[in-house]
Design a protein around this ligand. Structure first.
Ligand code: NAP
Length: 278
């Protein structure tokens, strides 16, 4: 079964739109996402465009602050702090990556944790670690929403996550643990990756290597979530060799139209959560 996150994302966005419309009808202000874009990296520009469109689709407000790639770390932090104090901004997102010479973690730490809709501050990472309510990064939330939609019962299942970034792999592994899966996290130094991956009932792949995972890494009947986004010959593809594994798996998300659209839907969900909590 091929699971189109793009279709699920439409449903999520329709629900969010309905809630935003209700607030509007009640005469309340509408939720607003503020995005800071440094420089003009084409991929970042395109991701920001997608976020603007998602705000339009859900009836939310969107504000973009564009800064030159010569901006200093202190100037960038000063802009974040202005938005921390701006009552009309509910969510603040700094589009990554930042230019060389700027310490991304140090910059992100300045986002008010109540507006940290990307869930990247140490405050929110700590909340996730402790199993408490906070903002969780959007891609991991999208992965979990897809598994929920497919009624995958995670309790006691072997889940293998390939990739341990703080944006994807690590939070996904904690969310799977919260659902009582037995979780193995793999990375570039993992030995016997094929053997470990091919024991997974649920395999989540987030490594950033085009079509790296073929049928030898996949258990018969596995649920495979492909988070990777790679461009080969101008075309998007995942970290999983889709055509090579399709006959072996029970369920797989494609690239494009898989996890990507769910990431944006979850971002809108986080902005709404920030608005409601504030
Ligand atoms: P990242 O920060 O570069 O992390 C990649 C992870 O993969 C690292 O933990 C690395 O191990 C591991 N890895 C690399 N090569 C490996 C190998 N040969 N075997 C096993 N593990 C390996 O990347 P990321 O931010 O997590 O993103 C991963 C992918 O997801 C990228 O393609 C990215 O574009 C995509 N992505 C998609 C979305 C979406 O919305 N669909 C959102 C975010 C990211 P080490 O830790 O040992 O280096």
């Amino acid at each position: 079964m091929i699971i189109y996150g793009s279709e699920l994302a439409l449903r999520y966005k329709a629900d969010i739109r309905e809630k935003v419309n209700k607030y509007k009808e009640e005469g309340k202000r509408i939720p607003k996402l503020g995005v800071i874009l440094v420089g003009d990296n084409p991929a970042s520009v395109s991701y920001v465009k997608g976020k603007r469109k998602a705000c339009e689709d859900t009836g939310m407000a969107f504000e973009l602050k564009e800064l030159k790639d010569t901006v200093s770390q202190d100037e960038l932090i000063a802009e974040i702090e202005k938005w921390n104090d701006d009552e009309t901004i509910d969510g603040i997102l700094v589009q990554l990556p930042l230019p060389e010479g700027i310490d991304e973690n140090a910059v992100i730490e300045h986002i008010d944790h109540k507006k940290d809709v990307d869930g990247l501050t140490s405050y929110n990472a700590g909340k996730l670690f402790l199993g408490e309510d906070g903002f969780v990064p959007c891609t991991p939330l999208g992965v979990m929403a897809i598994l929920k939609e497919m009624n995958v019962d995670l309790e006691g299942k072997n889940a293998v996550v390939i990739g341990r970034s703080s944006l994807v792999g690590l939070p996904v592994s904690k969310l799977l643990l919260n659902k009582h899966a037995t979780v193995t996290v793999c990375h570039s130094r993992t030995k016997n990756l094929k053997e470990i991956a091919s024991r997974a009932d649920v395999l989540v792949v987030a490594i950033g290597k085009a079509r790296f995972i073929n049928h030898e890494y996949v258990k018969e009947g596995a649920f495979v979530i492909d988070v990777g986004v790679n461009r080969v010959d101008g075309k998007l593809c995942g970290d999983v060799d889709f055509d090579d594994v399709i006959d072996k798996v029970s369920m797989i998300t494609p690239v494009p139209k898989g996890v990507g659209p769910m990431t944006i839907a979850m971002l809108m969900n986080n902005v709404l959560k920030a608005y409601e909590e504030r």
